[in-house]
Design a protein around this ligand. Structure first.
Ligand code: M6R
Length: 612
């Protein structure tokens, strides 16, 4: 989704802004631009397409020098990707104000109509241009500083925003504001930055402030001042980035996605290890005390995309181990479905980024209804992490590829921990079983490492099947949930149509889509369901499907109709989704590579979906 970077200091801002924009590329975008104070005033360069196109335009503009400016990567919401819809947008007839914006202004049409009545002429179809003109309108002719005007302006906005604003009135100052969209302020020596994400500042500073909702910051080279909604100065704690710059680099891999797939043993180990102490699972600091876990009547898991798929696996493991009712619901549906929530409910919100707008809104709703909320989040101090009643961090490290892999695997591990601790608290597991589960969880990273050994096989299979126009994933129970994730991986990065089906459900309609040469990936990791899945494999094979079977070493069913069999290392069945996804992430990755797709930045997608 859109990205913001801004710099004010003593050196040339443009290379810093460009570097920041490149580091935000992974969020997904379709156009980019910058605004900076140069010898010619407030100059804007922007373009549809990639940041290299923007660089080219800046070169053509003579590589202007500036010590203060703002930059943006846009993911279109209002108006198609085009030069004129790209940010920054200028405000006022003489363009004295420039604005970059992430989020959606819901009342933009009303504001636009009002501003047009005052003579403002709009150049774009965006909601953001409204903000630029509104600030100009409120600022012009008044003896107040830009921050005061921005405070007034945001008071008139409905919707969500992270804003970076500069004005000709003070060419060293950036004003930043946020509501329901992340924004941080990087603190340097004689220079400061704004950014929607740490990756954009980390090459210059590790120290930063998180702007909270409804706050406005004045960022100058030598100081940062943050105001609350009332205009009072707020004292903000300074945070420090805990990870290394190299974590956000490819480290010799062709793509971030492949690097992150390979990092999964470490991601899972770092998530599990700190939670197992002396053979016990420790979750109390996340608010998951045994007392609370004992009294829960219902568990709601809320998430989007892959995080929801992790939640589907978690749901099955929780119900199986804990015998407590558990549902996994799409966050965007949860929030508008008048869900039944009580004070005895636990709501688990899963989000890699911790900024997903729908998940955040659904969590707030659950909190308002009295449920205890615990967030499984990867990005430290993200909005969901800060607002949840308790947090269980996944320590996957920064995930740059849009398609999540290590984030997902770490989420599964966190869910297993919650399931096991809940079962212990409710007296459904004894001390011996706790010791066994701890051993199994600690062994999971090694199982994932062994599962990764199939990399060459999956590369070969990808070259064989990359030309298929449709792929189906079949499985039952945990394998169905894992199939959902495998299918999403394939379609999002390779643009191959794909669907996951509960293996027994296929014959109720979808089997009519199976024809000669259709690729079907069948998952069978649960012994009691082997035979059932074999029957479903035969049903599709006899209609011409070519089947890849992902199963375990224990599988002894008839797989004679399958074209290939991928055997996973031994692991307890309840954790099998952590292994079965590994070959299928690799299959998706190599099919996307075969099809020359932009693996790390698939079209139309954003890493962090901060709008509804
Ligand atoms: O940051 P989140 O985990 O909340 O993101 C949720 C989804 O947007 C995300 O998992 C998405 O589906 C990915 N593209 C999957 O690879």
């Amino acid at each position: 989704m859109c990205g913001i970077v801004g710099f004010t200091g003593q050196v040339n801002a443009l290379p810093i802004l460009m570097k920041g924009l490149y580091s935000l590329e992974y969020r997904g975008y379709d156009s980019a631009g910058i605004a900076a104070f140069t010898g010619h005033g407030l100059e804007v360069v922007k373009t549809k397409g990639r940041i290299v196109n923007l660089e080219e335009k800046i070169r053509e503009a003579g590589n202007p020098y500036s010590t203060c400016g703002i930059g943006h990567t846009r993911w279109a919401t209002h108006g198609s990707p085009s030069d004129r819809n790209s940010h920054p947008h200028l405000g006022g007839p003489d363009g004295k104000v420039a604005v970059v914006h992430n989020g959606i202004i819901e009342n933009y049409l009303f504001l636009r109509q009002q501003l047009e009545k005052h003579g403002y002429v709009f150049q774009s179809e965006t909601d953001t241009e409204t903000v630029a003109h509104l600030i100009d309108y409120l600022h012009t002719g008044r003896q107040e500083d830009l921050a005061q005007t921005v405070l007034k302006a945001v008071g008139l906005l409905r919707g969500s925003y992270a804003l970076g604003v500069v004005s000709m009135a003070d060419q060293q100052e950036i004003v930043a504001a946020r509501r329901d969209n992340p924004l941080i302020i990087g603190l340097g020596e004689g220079e400061n930055m704004i950014a929607s994400d740490i990756t954009a500042i980390i090459s210059r500073t590790r120290k930063y402030i998180i702007l909270d909702d409804n706050e406005v910051a004045v960022v100058r080279p030598d100081r940062v001042t943050v105001y609350n909604q009332l205009g009072d100065v707020v004292d903000k704690p300074v945070q420090e980035v805990s990870w290394d710059l190299s974590a956000a680099e490819k480290g010799g891999y062709a793509h971030f996605m492949l690097k992150e797939i390979m990092e999964q043993p470490r991601a899972v180990s770092d998530t599990v290890r700190p939670r197992i102490q002396d053979g016990h699972i420790m979750l109390e600091d996340s608010g998951l005390t045994d007392e609370r876990l004992r009294s829960i009547e219902h568990i709601h898991i809320i998430a989007c995309g892959s995080a929801l798929h992790a939640g589907m696996v978690g749901r099955a493991v929780i119900e199986d181990l804990c015998r407590v009712r558990c549902e996994a619901t799409v966050a965007s549906e949860f929030r508008y479905s008048n869900p039944i929530i009580s004070e005895k409910d636990l709501c688990i919100v899963i989000s890699q980024s911790g900024e997903t707008a729908d998940s955040l809104a659904a969590m707030r709703q659950a909190q308002a209804a009295g449920a205890f909320t615990v967030a499984i989040v990867n990005v430290v101090s993200s909005s969901i992490a800060r607002e949840a009643d308790g947090v269980l961090y996944t320590w996957a490290g920064p995930e740059i590829a849009v398609a999540t892999t290590k984030g997902y695997s770490a989420q599964l591990a966190a869910l297993y921990l919650i399931a096991a601790r809940t079962a212990l608290a409710r007296g459904l597991l004894g001390a011996d079983q706790e010791a066994e589960i701890c051993r199994d969880l600690l062994a999971l990273p090694e199982g994932i490492r062994q599962a990764l050994d199939c990399v060459k096989t999956m590369q070969c299979l990808a070259s064989l099947y990359s030309n298929r126009s449709s792929v189906f994933y079949l499985g039952r129970g945990l394998d169905y949930a894992a199939g959902m994730e495998a299918s999403l991986k394939l379609k999002e990065i390779s643009y191959v149509h794909s669907e996951a089906y509960a293996a027994g459900e296929l014959k109720h309609g979808t089997i009519s889509l199976i024809e000669e040469g259709t690729l079907v990936v069948a998952l069978a990791t649960q012994e009691r369901l082997f035979e059932k899945t074999v029957s479903n494999i035969r049903e599709v094979a006899s209609r011409g499907a070519e089947v890849i079977l992902v199963t375990t070493d224990e599988f002894d069913g008839d797989a004679s109709v399958c074209k290939s069999i991928i055997r996973l290392p031994t692991c307890p069945e309840r954790f099998s989704a952590s292994l079965s996804i590994i070959p299928l992430q690799l299959l998706a990755y190599y099919i996307a590579v075969e099809r020359s797709c932009d693996v790390d930045k698939p079209r139309n997608l954003a890493k962090s979906v901060t709008v509804e």
